[in-house]
Write a protein that binds this ligand. Structure first.
Ligand SMILES: N[C@@H](CCC(=O)N[C@@H](CS)C(=O)NCC(=O)O)C(=O)O
Length: 206
């Protein structure tokens, strides 16, 4: 059986896949394809992911792209306690994952790009401020959801927490003010204190 191949560098959405495989204790090969040097646009990589984006995986011939589809697939396939136990919890894991990518990821990434990533002359401070404000709406919803339980599905860390925290964690890198969101920050600290997160995530605290 071929070793799992993970395409993408740690300073990208591939970090959530690299975090997960460390949680699962999987043997894998990381192929550090990057967009900054044109690696994602090479024919060789487009044959893996025709969207020209990272991450993607090749699991013994099974090719998959979209970071959250990858984490959900691997967490279910190698069930080491991260996969939900009931159909209802599985649905809630999907709910929170889709919510993170559709409601939160765009405003956070826009803020990150315009406050941290883009060269200073290309940053748009007003756009960053508006995006940061927009992110706070759904982040308050997350904060309230975490008021009663330690993690999104209850008292144990699951794939829902990994997926959502891998999006929300970037808010700290771009100074979105999370101080009032005490449940969210307590949960974020717990997620990023995990050894696997500390090992690979560029979005960890500090
Ligand atoms: N929805 C995709 C987004 C992937 C994505 O945009 N990846 C970025 C790096 S974090 C990328 O490869 N960008 C290259 C480009 O846009 O050309 C996923 O979650 O996998």
């Amino acid at each position: 059986m071929g070793k799992l191949k993970i395409y993408g560098t740690v300073r990208s959405r591939a970090s959530r896949v690299l975090w997960l495989v460390d949680e699962l204790g999987l043997d894998y090969e990381n192929i550090p394809v990057h967009f900054a040097d044109g690696g994602t646009r090479k024919a060789e990589y487009l044959a893996i992911n025709p969207n020209g984006k990272i991450p993607a995986i090749d699991d013994d011939g099974f090719v998959l792209w979209e970071s959250m589809a990858i984490t959900l697939y691997l967490a279910k396939k190698h069930d080491k306690g991260l996969w939900p136990r009931t159909a209802a919890d599985e649905a809630r894991a999907l709910q929170w994952t889709f919510w993170a990518t559709t409601e939160v990821e765009t405003p956070i990434v826009t803020t990150l790009q315009n406050r941290v990533i883009l060269p200073a002359e290309r940053r748009d401070a007003a756009l960053a401020d508006a995006a940061a404000k927009q992110a706070l709406g759904p982040l308050k919803v997350l904060d309230q959801a975490l008021a009663k339980t330690s993690y999104l599905l209850g008292e144990r860390f699951t794939i829902a927490d990994l997926n959502v925290s891998s999006v929300v964690g970037a808010a700290r890198r771009c100074s979105i003010d999370l101080d009032q969101l005490v449940h969210l920050t307590r949960w974020l600290d717990a997620c990023f204190a995990r050894p696997s997160a500390t090992a690979v995530s560029p979005y960890r605290r500090g």
